[in-house]
Design a protein around this ligand. Structure first.
Ligand code: PMP
Ligand code: GLU
Length: 396
C-alpha cells in the first residue's frame, strides 16, 4: 500500500497521551487482560437522568438539523446566564461560542490567534493538548515550570520573565489537570499585576474543573479576581466534567468579540455546530437542577484523601494533596531510582501496565518527568486494588 506523504504540520505533534492510555487499556481488556484503567480523565458517574431525557426529547421534537455554527440561541443564552450567575461575569451573546467540547473551543482559539513563531506561555505540569495544539498552529510553547515545592503554581516573577514581544497567549488552568493545584484569588491578582502591563497578551482561563473543587474559597478565575482584565481573558469551560458528560462533546468559550468571531469562522469551516442533540442536553445541564454536583465532588474528595494517603505510604513515592479535579500526581522519582534498569516514568508506567495491569499516564506527557498521573474517577475498592498491585510490584 502507498505510504502517503503527510503534512509537516501533523508530524509536529503526537497522539494525545491521555487518550492513548485509555485506548490501550480498553484494547488489553478486550484481549481478556484484567486491566484497571486509571488513565482516563473523565468522571465515572453517569450523566443525570434529566439531561438524558432532554436529549431524547430533542430527538422526538426533531432537533436533528444544523444549528447556528456558534450554538443554539437558547444554549448561548444559558451559557451567558451561567457566567453571570456563577462567576459574576457579564457578556453579550456576540462574546459566546459553543463548540464540540472545551478542547474544541481551545483549538479554535489557538488557531484563530497563533501564527508562525508566536509564543504561548504554558505553565508545567500542563494538560497534554496545550503544547501540541500550539505547535499545530505553528506557534512556540514557552513552558514555565512549577514544581511540587511551589505547590505546582507559577510565580508572577516567572511569568514576567517568560513574556517576550512574541507572546500572544498565556494559558492558565485552575484547578489544574494533572496536579489539582488551585490558584487563590490573591495569587491570581498577583499574576494579573504582571499581565496588566501586557494588554496584547490574551489570557486563556481553562475552567473545565470549576466545580470539581473543595477549597474554602469559592471558585475564582483571573477575570473574576481582576475585573479590569476581563476584556483580556478568554474563559473556556464546558459540561464534560461538572455534569459527567464527556461523551456528549459540548464546551464553550466567552471573551473578546473579535477573537470569538474568528473562532466561529474556523468552526464554520471545519466542524460547523456542535451536535444539536448534545446542545439540548447541555441546555438542561446548565438550566436544570444542580444537585447532582455536590455528591459527586464529595465522592472525589473522599477518594482524593484516600489515594493521596496510600500513595504517600509507598517507598520512594511522594504525593501532595490538592484542592480539586480527580487526579493525584505523585512523584515516583525515588521509586524509579530504586529499581534496576529503570530510568524514567515512561518505563515505569509501561512496566506497571504490563506487570500490574494498571493503566496510568506518565508525568512526561504533562511536562513533569518522574511523576505519574492517577485518575481516581473510579470506586474506592478498585482504587485500593490498583494501589495494592503497584505496591506489590514495587516491593518486588
Ligand atoms: N481542559 C482540560 C484541562 C481538560 O482536562 C480537559 C479534559 N479533556 C479539557 C480541557 C477538554 O474537555 P472537553 O473537550 O471534554 O470539554
Ligand atoms: N481531560 C481528560 C484527560 O486529561 C480527557 C482526555 C483528554 O481529552 O485529554 O485525561
Amino acid at each position: 500500500m502507498t505510504e502517503f506523504t503527510l503534512s509537516d504540520r501533523v508530524q509536529l505533534i503526537k497522539p494525545s497521551p491521555t487518550l492513548a492510555v485509555t485506548t490501550r487499556a480498553r484494547e488489553l481488556r478486550a484481549q481478556g487482560r484484567d486491566v484497571i484503567g486509571l488513565g482516563a480523565g473523565e468522571p465515572d458517574f453517569d450523566t443525570p437522568q434529566n439531561i438524558k431525557d432532554a436529549a431524547v426529547d430533542a430527538i422526538a421534537r426533531g432537533m436533528t438539523r444544523y444549528t447556528a455554527v456558534d450554538g443554539t440561541p437558547e444554549l448561548k443564552q444559558a451559557v451567558l446566564d451561567k457566567f453571570s450567575r456563577e462567576n459574576g461575569l457579564d457578556y453579550d451573546l456576540s462574546q459566546i461560542l459553543v463548540s464540540a467540547g472545551a478542547k474544541h473551543s481551545l483549538y479554535n482559539m489557538i488557531m484563530a490567534l497563533i501564527g508562525e513563531g508566536d509564543e504561548v506561555i504554558i505553565p508545567a505540569p500542563y494538560w497534554v493538548s496545550y503544547p501540541d495544539i500550539v505547535k499545530l498552529a505553528g506557534g512556540k510553547p514557552v513552558i514555565v515550570e512549577a514544581d511540587m515545592a511551589s505547590g505546582f503554581l507559577i510565580t508572577p516573577d516567572q511569568l514576567a520573565a517568560a513574556i517576550s514581544e512574541k507572546t500572544k497567549l498565556f494559558i492558565l488552568n485552575s484547578p489544574s489537570n494533572p496536579t489539582g493545584a488551585v490558584y487563590s484569588r490573591g495569587q491570581l491578582e498577583a499574576l494579573g499585576e504582571v499581565l496588566r502591563e501586557h494588554p496584547e497578551v490574551l489570557i486563556a482561563s481553562d475552567d473545565i474543573y470549576e466545580h470539581v473543587l473543595w477549597t474554602d474559597e469559592p471558585f475564582t478565575n483571573i477575570a473574576m479576581a481582576c475585573p479590569e482584565l476581563k476584556d483580556q481573558v478568554m474563559v473556556i469551560n464546558g459540561v464534560s466534567k461538572a455534569y459527567a458528560m464527556t461523551g456528549w462533546r459540548i464546551g464553550y468559550a466567552a471573551g473578546p468579540a473579535n477573537v470569538i468571531r474568528a473562532m466561529r469562522k474556523i468552526q464554520g469551516q471545519s466542524t460547523s455546530n456542535a451536535a444539536s442533540i448534545s446542545q439540548a442536553a447541555a441546555l438542561e445541564a446548565l438550566t436544570g437542577p444542580q444537585d447532582f454536583i455536590p455528591p459527586m465532588v464529595e465522592a472525589f474528595k473522599v477518594r482524593h484523601d484516600h489515594v493521596v494517603d496510600r500513595l504517600n505510604r509507598i517507598d520512594g513515592v511522594s504525593c501532595q494533596p490538592c484542592a480539586g479535579t480527580f487526579y493525584a500526581f505523585p512523584d515516583f522519582s525515588g521509586a524509579i531510582s530504586g529499581i534496576d534498569n529503570m530510568t524514567n516514568d515512561l518505563e515505569l508506567s509501561a512496566w506497571i501496565l504490563d506487570s500490574a495491569e494498571v493503566a496510568l499516564v506518565p508525568g512526561t506527557a504533562f511536562g513533569a518527568p518522574g511523576f505519574i498521573r492517577f485518575s481516581y474517577a473510579t470506586d474506592l475498592k478498585t482504587l485500593d486494588e490498583a494501589i495494592d498491585r503497584i505496591e506489590n510490584l514495587l516491593k518486588g
